[in-house]
Write a protein that binds this ligand. Sequence first.
Ligand code: AMP
Length: 360
Amino acid sequence: MIETEEIERILKKYKRPKIATCCSHSSLQIFHGARLEGFETLGIVTDKNVKFYGSFPNASPDKLMKVHWFSDIVEKAEELVKNEVILVPHGSFVEYLGKALDDLPVPVFGNRRCLLWERERDRMFEWMKRAGFDTPKVKRRESIDGPCMVKFPGARGGRGYLIVRDKEEFDRKTQNAIKKGFITEEDVKNCMIQEFLIGVRFYPHYFYTPLQKQNYSTKKGSLELMSMDRRIESDVDEIYRAMGIGVVEDPAYVVAGNEPLVMRESLLPKVMEMGVGAVEAAEELFGGIPGPFCIETICDRDLKFRVFEISARIVAGTNLYPNGSQYSAFMFNEEMSTGRRIAREIKLAAKAKRLADVVY
Ligand code: AMP
């Protein structure tokens, strides 16, 4: 992992930082928000998407940097620093850059260490446990005794997860998936078998700032509830359509979109306390999580939250709210998306000469 001092050295030379990200995932929201806060923007775009990302008067980046594929960013590091760029990581960014992000000599918004904890499931469970979350039980092949979800290594956007009820079904389905070339023996060795949680899904989007202690305060800063969504996953979320015509197959859980929702207001205090748990555990384990994050939850019939994942950066569900949300309205007197909140944080940190607290 690149030294914090090296990033600080780069940041000190910046006179007028630009906000940059890969053109994908939540980039239009990030550029839109950055523009509203008065930043110049730079979009790293793959050849085939130049036309698309150049065509939004309110959200297209001021400058496009073409790459063949996002992993080519590594070779562009010098040029990015010359452009005084602060990179905003998002889901595709993390997926396509992977470990290369650890050493990338370009300032990244947030604490890039937390992306390492997001990437590895065992570590993520350690973080979730430290946060005090009720997580799904994790089983070994021999102890599968009811519906479980088998997750293979790496971010796959819900692709290829298997549902199994006992060890025989585990063997049969994993062997089948290997034969079809979907997974390898190695993936099976490194899979995680999670208890299948029953209930409704909520994905609250938070923003944590270490710059000020006001409103919903934590030990070292404060927490904001920006918005909330629910993912729409193909094909599980409309499985009744297939069942209606007699198709009974294991559904996939591939994220295809997002929809807005609100939660019973009486549950919101719990949601805020979960956010505080994630923030304070992050501080203990890897130095904190400045910026946006999302806790992926399932709320059961007793209204208890079970947490199965944390996304340690902006999530695509925030794209629902470029003009603010049903929750951000209670905090801000302006239309505040998560993308804009990121730009605002960079602005506030630069003004207070504390960029290094929110950029690494
Ligand atoms: P993930 O890749 O962990 O975000 O999971 C993709 C989707 O699978 C989630 O959005 C949920 O719909 C579903 N899911 C993940 N973990 C569990 C679980 N332990 N129990 C039930 N559903 C789950």
